[in-house]
Write a protein that binds this ligand. Structure first.
Ligand code: GDP
Ligand code: CA
Length: 337
């Protein structure tokens, strides 16, 4: 295998990619070439405009993580960050105050915004930013693609007694960061998704891959939005590559983030089997060939197999690149069998 494509969100996806690269480097993946190219199709529906800047949280999390610029404790933003810009903005009393823009991070958003305003599509901007972060560490072997160059934004409807309709719609980032996903999500609306087109290279990355991996990213607002870009689902259904995913839900709980709230909002059972069956088997109209669940969810394997998926239970906690590499090896083994 020479080319692996991963459909990624932010933090969960980035951790998974570290493990995948570790697995390739240590020869833990039989049949995968040491110089295999990893293409990351990244969710952009978390993107937002803030203080006039275009911010792409998932692209930046993957870029900084693989480029060794991430803050390892927070899992997002730059390491050794300072916050003078945020303090100055707060002193002016300008909203929003809940979105943390670090000083170092601001430089990325300034470059991105300036290039977008000069007319470059997001995919070209991403390539330019990655020249600083990915090339020195990984050479040409990691490619980062936004799922689309079009503006797509996830909004969440929440109950609000003060709103005339009883419901208020907020940007996904406001739901997650300001509201801490503490109130139930009533509906999830991905604005612009149905009219979006895949960014250049996205369909080819899936169609021409030797292996497609769906990491333990949020199944609604990360993987779900990528799958919703018209053309992406068809590419997955049609590719000759095996498609295998790993559950972000372990023993009925998300490991971090807010998958529970959002799965509930779209009517999907919050369980490892629930998410696997939601994606579905390619042989039965879905997008997956295989689905890995955590050892704590071994009881889900039979139901998944009955639905046409290859399934197995292995430890799925991404506690270190080594642990994650073992997960990737198990995923490959599942579809190589
Ligand atoms: P986000 O952009 O920060 O939401 O990151 P992702 O979109 O990649 O999604 C995070 C998802 O990954 C959440 O639903 C978590 O439940 C899941 N997750 C995070 N860490 C782990 C882990 O160690 N193991 C597993 N199985 N899932 C995880
Ligand atoms: Ca995200």
């Amino acid at each position: 295998m020479r080319s692996i494509t991963v459909l990624s969100g932010g933090i969960g996806g980035a951790r998974f990619l570290q493990g995948l690269l570790h697995a390739i480097d240590t020869g833990a993946l039989p049949g995968v070439a040491p110089d295999a190219v990893v293409t990351v199709v990244t969710n952009t529906a978390d993107d937002l405009w803030v203080h006039g800047l275009k911010v792409c949280p998932d692209l930046d999390t993957v870029m900084y993580t693989l480029g060794e610029g991430i803050d390892p404790e927070r899992g997002w933003g730059r390491r050794e960050e300072t916050w003078s810009v945020r303090e100055e903005l707060a002193a002016y009393g300008v909203e929003p105050t809940w979105f943390g823009l670090g000083d170092r991070d601001v430089a990325t958003h300034l470059v991105r915004t300036q290039m977008l305003e000069a007319g470059y599509p997001l995919s070209a901007v991403t390539t330019a930013l990655c020249r600083r972060w990915l090339e020195p560490v990984h050479g040409e072997r990691v490619r980062l693609l936004p799922m689309t160059d079009d503006r797509v934004e996830t909004h969440v409807a929440v109950a609000d007694a003060d709103a005339p309709s009883g419901t208020r719609v907020v940007h996904f980032q406001e739901y997650w960061i300001r509201m801490r996903a503490e109130v139930p999500a009533e509906t999830v609306v991905v604005v612009g998704l149905d009219r979006a087109t895949p960014a250049p290279g996205v369909v080819e990355a899936i169609t021409d891959a030797d292996l497609v991996l769906v990491p333990p990213s949020n199944p609604v607002v990360s993987v779900g939005t990528i799958l919703g870009v018209p053309g992406v689902r068809d590419a997955l259904v049609g590719t000759d590559a095996p498609v295998v995913g790993l559950s972000p839900v372990v023993e009925g709980q998300h490991v971090r983030g807010m998958a529970r709230q959002l799965l509930t909002a779209i009517g999907v059972e919050v369980s490892a089997a629930g998410v696997g069956l939601h994606y579905g088997a390619r042989s039965r109209g879905g997008v997956l060939d295989g689905w890995l669940v955590d050892t704590g969810d071994a009881g889900d394997v039979a139901a998944l197999e009955a639905a046409g998926l290859r399934a197995a239970a292995v430890p799925l906690m991404m506690t270190s690149p080594e642990a994650t590499a073992a997960m990737v090896a198990a995923a490959l083994d599942l579809v190589a069998r």
